[in-house]
Design a protein around this ligand. Structure first.
Ligand code: SF4
Length: 218
């Protein structure tokens, strides 16, 4: 197994999937350490530092040991680590349905095509909007999903514009809009979406309703 330097791992655990089209399914999360962005509302800043360096084989074996058909590789930003690509491939080879959550700043083209890539392009309210790598849009397939997290009306108008300009609803299997916890009311976002007949799906971050607003992404 190709293992340049293993992987810097923050944690591996089983929970339920809190977002995406796979919401509610039991899922094993492989959370990698380190991120090159600093979104203002990030809910996993604990993954910015530290972590344990582990071999690819060890990470794979623990991820499979939870025996969930669904596995998500997340962070931090997973695509900062070279061994993420062979990990994703090995999880697919093992018969798992594999999700990758990535910020939209990293090039997604080398990811195994069996992986469902959830690309989290950053709205202006995150403070990291300039980092979006829009060439990733050309690489999206109907297997992939785009997630846009919105803090206010300006973010919503940005989302409405990029969905239209980049044809996101046609390229990805789903465009998912969610609210920054405690900043934008879900009912308000839904009202705007209905008013504009936006070709997108509203999503709640289920884990925050189950375990509270400080719950890290699952
Ligand atoms: S890309 Fe994700 S992990 Fe990185 S700062 Fe933004 S929300 Fe946090």
């Amino acid at each position: 197994m190709h293992d340049p330097n293993g992987l810097l791992i923050h944690e591996i655990y089983a929970s339920i999937q809190g977002e995406s089209s796979f919401v509610g399914w039991p899922c094993t999360f492989v959370r990698l350490s380190r991120c090159n962005l600093r979104c203002r509302w990030c809910d996993t800043p604990q993954a910015f530092e530290g972590g344990e360096r582990r071999s690819l084989e060890d990470v794979l074996s623990e991820a499979l040991a939870h025996e969930t058909p669904l596995v998500e590789v997340t962070g931090g930003e997973p695509l900062l680590q070279a061994a993420t690509l062979p990990l994703l491939r090995a999880l697919c080879d093992a018969g798992r349905t594999v999700l990758l959550e990535t910020s939209g700043e990293r090039d997604i083209s080398a990811v195994d095509p069996r992986v469902h890539r959830i690309v989290d392009f950053k709205a202006p309210g995150s403070g990291e909007c300039e980092r979006n790598r829009w060439s990733n849009v050309q690489r999206l397939t109907r297997r992939d999903e785009v997630k846009l997290v919105l803090a206010d009306r300006a973010d919503y108008e940005w989302a409405r514009r990029v969905i239209a300009e980049h044809g996101l609803a046609q390229r990805a299997g789903a465009v998912l809009l969610s609210c920054v916890w405690g900043e934008l009311e879900p009912a308000q976002l839904i009202a705007w979406m209905l008013e504009d007949r936006l070709p997108a799906r509203f999503q709640l971050q289920a884990h925050k309703y189950i375990w509270g607003g400080d719950a890290a992404g699952v």
